[in-house]
Design a protein around this ligand. Structure first.
Ligand code: ATP
Ligand code: MG
Length: 328
């Protein structure tokens, strides 16, 4: 069995990109593998957050995980901040990191561009992410394309630690899907769809009302010429719509292209909107239930307990290896 770990930040309402690039795979993976799914709230505070909003986003994310079908009996679902071992090992992974390698992270470069003064946590974020992963001896990390570089770094840090102090960590492998690993913005198809984006029409929120979803897809930009085919370089907008369609319907790209052969952009948008709406409708009903329910709180507490057991065991081993502390 593989050991899977993946996390999502409670930094906004989840988008269709998060669903296709992450959640959809998680639901499948929990059937076969040993899965740990995390709400990475300590990552979310690397940029300043409004407290009420963070509280709400955290609950929204938990309800989203449950509503897409993550089953807390099959997978371990928990919040990072409920397992203090993340921060302890996070510090240790920071001491294992070099400035130069952290400076090369594109997400840091992108996100620090917008900040007036750059928070130190934004810089050391990938070191904490490495800790999140090795804490559970994860063998595989399913991520979208945007997280590939961070995962490479996590591997480097785990290897460096092992070389310095002796075999301690499992070296995690990335799992990146061939299609759907990078869903693009609907208004600017050369940049990725992001939940923290400020451009309303650029993303589809999983909680958008269904009329709005339809409108956003119909207003999505398209490319010149009329042919519907997958060509991410020359036809990024149409390719993005095709990717959404094929990911949700579980069709191959070839099947999707064949399905739309001879049809126009209008038909493409109508059908993409249809499949997205059909997927969202039952999701949103379950979401409403979980968001309100006390069951959610109980499930998250239960998940935290399960996660703590595994994480504390690893942390204990690391403390021994490092030679710190008196109370191991
Ligand atoms: P933020 O803008 O706050 O960073 P985000 O939308 O990038 O939000 P994350 O919490 O950083 O979301 O990532 C959650 C998961 O969703 C990760 O596995 C990431 O690889 C995946 N993901 C994020 N954006 C996309 C996208 N546009 N297409 C496919 N997968 C994505
Ligand atoms: Mg992100």
């Amino acid at each position: 069995k593989k050991r899977i770990l993946s996390g999502i930040q409670p930094s906004g309402t989840l988008t269709l990109g998060n669903y296709i690039g992450a959640l959809q795979h998680f639901v499948r993976l929990q059937e076969e593998e040993e899965c740990y799914f995390c709400i990475v709230d300590y990552h979310a505070i690397t940029l300043p957050r409004n407290v009420e909003q963070l509280r709400e986003n955290k609950r929204k994310l938990a309800a989203t995980y449950l509503a897409v079908g993550i089953d807390p009996e099959k997978a371990t679902l928990f919040a990072q901040s409920d397992v203090s071992a993340h921060l302890e090992l996070g510090w240790i992974m920071i001491t294992t990191s070099y400035m130069g390698e952290l400076e090369r992270m594109t997400q840091f470069k992108e996100k620090s561009k917008e900040a007036e003064s750059i928070p130190a946590g934004l810089f050391t974020y990938p070191s904490l992410q490495a800790a999140d992963i090795v804490l559970y001896n994860a063998t595989h990390v399913p991520v979208g394309d945007d997280q590939k570089q961070h995962l490479e770094l996590a591997r480097d840090l785990a290897q460096r630690f092992n070389q310095r102090y002796g075999e301690t960590f499992v070296i995690p492998e990335p799992m990146i899907a061939e299609f759907g690993a990078r869903i693009m913005s609907l208004t600017e198809p050369t940049s990725k769809m992001s939940k923290s984006s400020l451009v309303e029409g650029s993303y589809i929120s999983l909680l958008d009302d269904l009329k709005t979803v339809e409108k956003k897809i119909k207003r999505a930009v398209t490319d010149s010429e009329n042919e519907i085919r997958f060509d991410a370089v020359n036809k990024p907008a149409v390719s993005n719509l095709l990717t959404i369609y094929s990911s949700i319907t579980n069709k191959s790209m070839a099947e999707a292209e064949e399905h739309f052969a001879g049809k126009g952009y209008g038909a493409l948008k109508t059908e993409v909107a249809e499949v997205v709406v059909d997927m969202l409708k039952p999701f949103q009903e379950k979401y409403e239930y979980y968001y309100q329910s006390e069951e959610l709180d109980k499930l998250m507490q239960h998940g935290a307990e399960k996660a703590r057991k595994v994480a504390n065991e690893t942390l204990q081993k690391v403390r021994d290896t490092l030679g710190v502390g008196f109370t191991n």
